[in-house]
Design a protein around this ligand. Structure first.
Ligand SMILES: [Zn+2]
Length: 282
């Protein structure tokens, strides 16, 4: 058995991810819905592009403050820091910087992004992405942007970002914190779907990134459909093979803290389900 590392106080927020143009509700109404559902966090997924005026960003900031809902942003899927096309990499860097500026205006605490694909050997891809993330981090510092930058663990084998790569990036580039997507890790490896295996991930994260990280995690979770290539698409938890009860147990026993963003097709019932399971545990 693993010893419980947290104090008695539970400190894990649960929220959902929303793609604004796929939602019938405005971002403010989504914030209100998150609050009314008893949840804590909204990740605004600008995955198809950042099309927002500064005025709108301030309005969202205000709504989040009124409802006491924390925010994060998912950066556009366009971002690709390993592309052989130089202009795509440059545009990606500019776009991430712009997302950073909007995140600050909106009061969002972090940005999640997909790093790129393997156009080259994993090692060369890693070095290229690392160099580009270092440059982005520098541009954030030049503008005093303290928004957290989080490369995500990816679900398809052709995508850069297995657990090891994302941890190494976060170890090597100061100020980078991983977004750990448990559905993606499961889809990519066909493993990591049990209490013991979830614990292995937490232990690895603690060993490599320190207690500060596991007390301030950014997590994605959902059910997932996968094949030999990894992720196919997200599912609701009950329609998937993901052992979310064991996952909640492991999270609770290890004393993980931070934010859990549910990315199921119907995220609210799943987020409520996970939060309830978590708070029902002693
Ligand atoms: Zn993502």
């Amino acid at each position: 058995m693993f010893t419980k590392k947290s104090s008695d106080k539970k400190n894990l927020k649960f929220g959902i991810s929303v793609i604004p143009e796929n939602s019938k509700l405005s971002i403010e109404k989504n914030i209100e819905l998150v609050k009314k559902s008893g949840l804590d966090h909204l990740e605004i997924a600008f995955v198809n592009g950042l099309y927002l005026s500064e005025k709108r960003a301030y309005e969202i900031n205000y709504a989040a403050a009124v409802y006491k809902i924390s925010l994060s942003i998912h950066a556009p899927y366009f971002i690709n820091l390993s592309s052989p096309k130089k202009d795509i990499v440059e545009k990606s860097k500019e776009l991430l910087l712009n997302v950073g500026r909007f995140a600050r205006t909106m009061g969002a605490e972090g940005i999640v992004f997909h790093s790129g694909f393997y156009y080259d050997s994993p090692k060369k891809t890693y070095e290229k992405i690392k160099k580009n993330i270092e440059e982005i981090k520098k541009s954030f510092e030049d503008e005093f942007l303290s928004v957290k930058l989080s490369p995500e663990t990816m679900g398809k084998k052709k995508e850069f970002g297995d657990l090891e790569e994302i941890i190494s990036l976060s170890q090597e580039v100061k100020g980078i914190f991983p977004c750990i997507d448990f559905a993606h890790i499961h889809a990519r490896t066909k493993r990591f779907n049990s209490y013991e295996e979830f614990n292995k991930i937490f232990k690895k994260l603690e060993k490599r990134l320190g207690i500060e990280y596991i007390k301030n995690m950014h997590i994605h979770i959902s059910g997932i459909e996968y094949n030999g290539e990894g992720e196919r698409y997200h599912l609701n938890l009950l329609d998937s093979d993901f052992k979310f009860d064991e996952w909640v147990e492991a999270i609770n026993d290890y004393g993980i803290e931070g934010i859990v963003v549910v990315e199921s097709p119907e995220p609210i019932p799943d987020a409520i389900r996970l939060k309830k399971l978590y708070y029902d545990k002693p």
